[in-house]
Design a protein around this ligand. Structure first.
Ligand code: 5GP
Length: 194
């Protein structure tokens, strides 16, 4: 049943902002905190924004099959820990994952009932401006991320749900409607099984 939501799309497209707006409107939605080997950005907190792991620890956890999905992205590793997901779904609450495209592909196999949404930019130019404008990454990092984004944008047709983040409020409305619809559907399905 559709109680896990995967929000994917290129870096800089506004996934994080859209998820924050979504969670204001659907407060029962839990956000899965990913693990990463990248360094914390100023203000990011361990265990809140990410579980920050060293390369060796990340490798060990891959070997221990601790991840639902994991991927390399712009030279760093990212992954969703099974324990993190289990802890949040155990409370009976729906969960949202914010992940890149390779991870979303893996989730299609490991969690086939998850609802996957691809967030697309209105144009590559708009994505570049956003990545540069948010000022979280240096110029070289922005270049790397844009190169990855070119590939990620080609994955768009793989996704049944695509939301173009042109006007933020419109995109947020579409996401809220989609998530509410899927949750109502899942509730209907479980009532029918009772
Ligand atoms: P950032 O470094 O900007 O926080 O994240 C870089 C990219 O990694 C973003 O597209 C983000 O959505 C993705 N990401 C974050 N957490 C995960 C994760 O657990 N798994 C995967 N596959 N990607 C992730």
């Amino acid at each position: 049943m559709s109680r896990v939501f995967v929000i994917t799309g290129p870096s800089g497209v506004g996934k994080g902002t859209l998820i924050a707006l979504l969670r204001e409107r659907v407060p029962q939605l839990e956000l899965s905190v990913s693990a990463t080997t990248r360094a914390p950005r100023p203000g990011e907190r361990d265990g809140v924004d990410y579980h920050f792991l060293g390369e060796e620890e990340f490798d060990a956890r891959v070997a221990a099959r601790d991840f639902v999905e994991h991927a390399s992205y712009a030279g760093r590793r990212y992954g969703t820990l099974r324990s993190e997901l289990a802890r949040r779904t155990a409370a009976g609450r729906p969960v949202v994952l914010e992940i890149e495209v390779q991870g979303a592909r893996q989730v299609r196999t490991s969690l086939p009932d998850a609802v996957q949404v691809f967030i697309a930019p209105p144009s590559t130019g708009a994505l570049r401006e956003r990545l540069l404008g948010r000022g979280t990454d240096g110029e070289q990092e922005v270049r790397r991320r844009l190169a990855v984004a070119e590939q990620e944008l080609q994955a768009q047709p793989e996704f049944a749900h695509v939301i173009v983040n042109d006007r933020l409020q419109d995109a947020a409305e579409q996401l809220v409607a989609l998530v509410r619809g899927a949750l109502a559907n899942a509730a209907g399905q479980s009532a029918a099984l009772d």
